[in-house]
Design a protein around this ligand. Structure first.
Ligand SMILES: [Zn+2]
Length: 309
């Protein structure tokens, strides 16, 4: 398959407080340059092209790329879509059902906000530290403790916020970190496509098979119903670690999901309808350097595979 799948989360020239302590992201100039570099060496293809090729088990003849973005941040509508339209590049946005319309915030985004608060306010840092020290989760510092909190114990972030008098709901209302349903409708009218990215962004490796299936099918079905989509796609949150063949069988036999995406890098999956993507943000290098690194890793992987057979 002569196609690559780079993925991003967010692009901004601003200091995005709910993201900055989670991962690095590109500014507008860096992103535009990446898109122009990709277009010089690869042909942009749409989600429909990819679904069609997978259905017919055919490969792309020319070097191609399909662009995707995870988590459904507002910047997709305000910054990314206008750039992609200008450059003539289609893209698919993977949305988390409970974050849409800013109803709920991703625990990772909450962590980033609390770290930002603690870095800028010694009193709040002390308060947070003394509260976390009384919990079973405390590690060596307030920062590594906050960073260690994940899906299963995410409620502690709300308790910390309560203790220090911080309101995530107010931040969400004021800053609107995620896309609204109307913005998603607008993106679809512009010709972009959307897919599910679970209900609330769990680690699939910590879920039972039925929970994995529910997170997958419900989030795709929700978008299909809400926006009358004639396709269904899904990107696993975090990674596809812990996902079994049995889950793929159930997902694809549901008739609701056409293809799925992982984040294992530039590599093939043994499931034909499951495609692997690589991060175009990690590290913050120009895209051509990231692609070179991915190609190099692929060669090493193939060498190892040949050695072990
Ligand atoms: Zn995600």
């Amino acid at each position: 398959m002569k196609i690559i799948f780079p993925y991003f989360h967010i692009v901004s020239d601003e200091d995005v407080l709910h993201v900055k302590h989670l991962y690095a992201y590109k500014n507008i100039k860096q992103f535009k340059k990446d898109i122009q570099t990709l277009c010089r060496h690869y042909r942009p293809v749409s989600l429909n092209d990819v679904i069609e090729k997978r259905k017919n088990e055919r490969e792309f003849v020319k070097n191609s790329f399909m662009l995707t973005f995870d988590d459904g941040f507002r910047e997709i509508h305000d910054i990314i879509a206008p750039i992609l339209i200008e450059e003539g590049v289609p893209a698919t946005f993977f949305l988390v059902q409970s974050f849409l319309d800013n109803k709920e915030m991703f625990y990772g985004n909450k962590t980033s906000l609390l770290i930002e608060l603690c870095k800028n306010n010694d009193k709040l840092k002390e308060k947070t530290e003394s509260f976390l020290k009384s919990s079973e989760y405390f590690m060596t510092t307030v920062f590594d403790t906050l960073k260690s909190i994940d899906y299963h114990n995410r409620k502690i972030l709300d308790t910390v916020a309560q203790q220090i008098g911080y309101d995530f709901a107010e931040y969400a209302l004021c800053k609107k970190p995620y896309l609204t349903t109307d913005q998603v409708s607008n993106l679809l009218k512009m010709g972009f496509t959307v897919g599910g990215h679970s209900i609330d962004h769990p680690y699939y490796s910590n879920l039972s098979l039925s929970e994995q299936l529910h997170q997958t099918i419900s989030s795709v079905q929700y978008l299909r119903d809400r926006h009358s989509l004639n396709y269904g796609v899904f990107a696993f949150p975090h990674s596809d670690a812990g996902v079994t063949k049995e889950l793929f069988n159930q997902i694809f036999s549901s008739g609701i999901v056409d293809i799925t995406f992982g984040t294992a890098g530039m590599t093939h999956s043994c499931i034909p309808q499951h495609l692997q993507r690589f991060s175009a943000e990690k590290p913050i290098w120009p895209i051509y350097m990231i692609i070179q690194k991915q190609k190099f890793r692929k060669i090493i992987r193939n060498l190892h595979a040949r050695k072990s057979t």
